[in-house]
Design a protein. Structure first.
Length: 276
């Protein structure tokens, strides 16, 4: 009677163990992770947690143990727009929109992950910007916020917010202050003031124009006066006598009957008598 072949389980054990290990790995999770462009990762190890001083993982494929986790952060510039109502130095309510441009400090991404977490924008960025904006705006008058000191206010907000966010591992790139809404009474007051200033400038322009015209006329009159003075000084007795003699000669040459008495006129000029 032929005996049936028997399987040697000892020889199959390595294969069985390998299959079990593969099934276990697949059930626990993947042992690789892909990080897209514009993102970086912080590795969380099951045994030791996050090494805050470890450089962030860049884009591409990374091999990790299946029981570890990769926390992936977008490191491109993000933006948040907040509509706020704040008080000015004279306690008037002002509405405005402030847009914040920011991104995580990639060199401190481990600290950000441990201390602030992936929702750092709502936990850090928005509260910090709200606080700084209220603090800075409270130093100024509404009309200054909307016109004369707008850039100064922006710079002050930037300086304070940059320092505070840096302490929370966030980099502030820029802010925009828009849609400033002032109280209606204040709007009317500012518009009236601007109109008055414009009218004052127009009046000043007219005064300057009339002043220049008066100066021009005065210079013109002075020139005419100087000319007449020069002409008057140039006319002397000898010139007048010579002109008289010339006129007498022309009359003497005419066909009209006349009597000429030489030397009988004023200043020795000929005297003409009669004539048709």
């Amino acid at each position: 009677m032929n005996q049936q072949p028997q399987f040697d389980l000892k020889k199959l054990r390595p294969i069985i163990y390998m299959v079990i290990a593969v099934i276990f790995l697949l059930s626990v999770g993947k042992f690789w992770v892909t990080i897209d462009s514009g993102y970086s990762g912080v590795l969380y190890r099951l045994t030791t947690g996050v090494d805050v001083d470890e450089p962030a993982y860049g884009q591409g494929l990374h091999i990790i143990l299946p029981w570890n986790k990769m926390h992936i952060y977008e490191v491109r510039q993000g933006e948040k727009t907040e509509t706020m109502n704040v008080l000015s130095v004279n306690l008037l309510e002002i509405g405005l929109d402030i847009t914040t441009f920011y991104q995580p400090d990639i060199n401190k991404l481990g600290y950000l992950d441990v201390e602030r977490g992936m929702a750092y924008d709502t936990k850090v960025v928005i509260p910090v910007m709200r606080s700084v904006v209220r603090e800075v705006i409270a130093k100024y008058l509404p009309e200054e916020i909307n016109s004369t000191k707008r850039e100064i206010i922006k710079k002050e907000i930037m300086d304070e917010a940059t320092a505070t966010l840096a302490d929370n591992y966030v980099q502030l790139n820029d802010i925009l202050i828009r849609n400033i809404n002032l109280p209606e009474k204040l709007k009317s007051s500012i518009e009236k003031k601007l109109q008055q200033e414009q009218e004052a400038l127009e009046y000043e322009f007219k005064i300057d124009k009339e002043r220049l015209e008066a100066d021009r006329k005065r210079i013109e009159a002075q020139g005419i006066q100087d000319f007449q003075k020069i002409i008057t000084q140039s006319i002397n007795d000898k010139l007048l006598r010579w002109n008289g003699i010339e006129a007498t000669l022309k009359l003497a040459e005419s066909n009209n009957a006349k009597v000429i008495v030489v030397g009988s006129g004023k200043d020795g000029l000929p005297l003409i008598l009669g004539g048709n």
